[in-house]
Design a binder for this molecule. Structure first.
Ligand SMILES: [Zn+2]
Ligand SMILES: [Zn+2]
Length: 145
């Protein structure tokens, strides 16, 4: 709780109760939740929180680089904490709709460049889409039955 408060404070954001609770939720739920999901879960134990508060807080956190936005699914925005994940990539399973962290280093040629066409690269992230190993296994089992 104190760490979270400091994290928000360090970024020049006022650590209000709701903000702390939202960040705490993201720290405890590393499965890349959407804003709606975050709201649905938090409102269960903080009935006074509004959807607008959740959305506004997420927006501030993204601006201050406390959390990161993932647009991998193409229709919804998912969120994760910036600090403890470190740079990593994401794999989106189009079958079970799960977003997985990819720890492996990106092998794409573009990832090794510090500048592209004279533009300085500060960060990059790769989105992979496909069928995850769990679903592949499930599909295989179903085919064999
Ligand atoms: Zn899957
Ligand atoms: Zn991630």
């Amino acid at each position: 709780m104190n760490n979270i408060k400091n994290l928000i404070d360090d970024k020049g954001v006022k650590p209000t109760y709701h903000r702390i609770k939202i960040l705490e939720f993201l720290q405890n739920n590393k499965n890349h939740p959407t804003a709606d999901k975050i709201y649905e879960e938090i409102v269960k134990y903080i009935p006074t929180i509004s959807k607008t508060t959740v959305y506004n807080t997420l927006k501030i956190f993204v601006e201050k680089e406390i959390i990161e936005e993932l647009t991998i699914t193409g229709n919804e925005t998912h969120y994760e904490l910036t600090e403890d994940t470190g740079p990593h990539h994401h794999f989106y399973c189009t079958q079970c709709k799960t977003i997985f962290d990819i720890e492996a280093e990106c092998n794409q040629e573009c990832s090794k460049k510090n500048d592209i066409d004279g533009n300085k690269v500060q960060s990059y992230q790769c989105y992979y889409k496909g069928i995850c190993c769990n679903c592949l296994r499930k599909n295989n089992n179903e085919m064999n039955n």
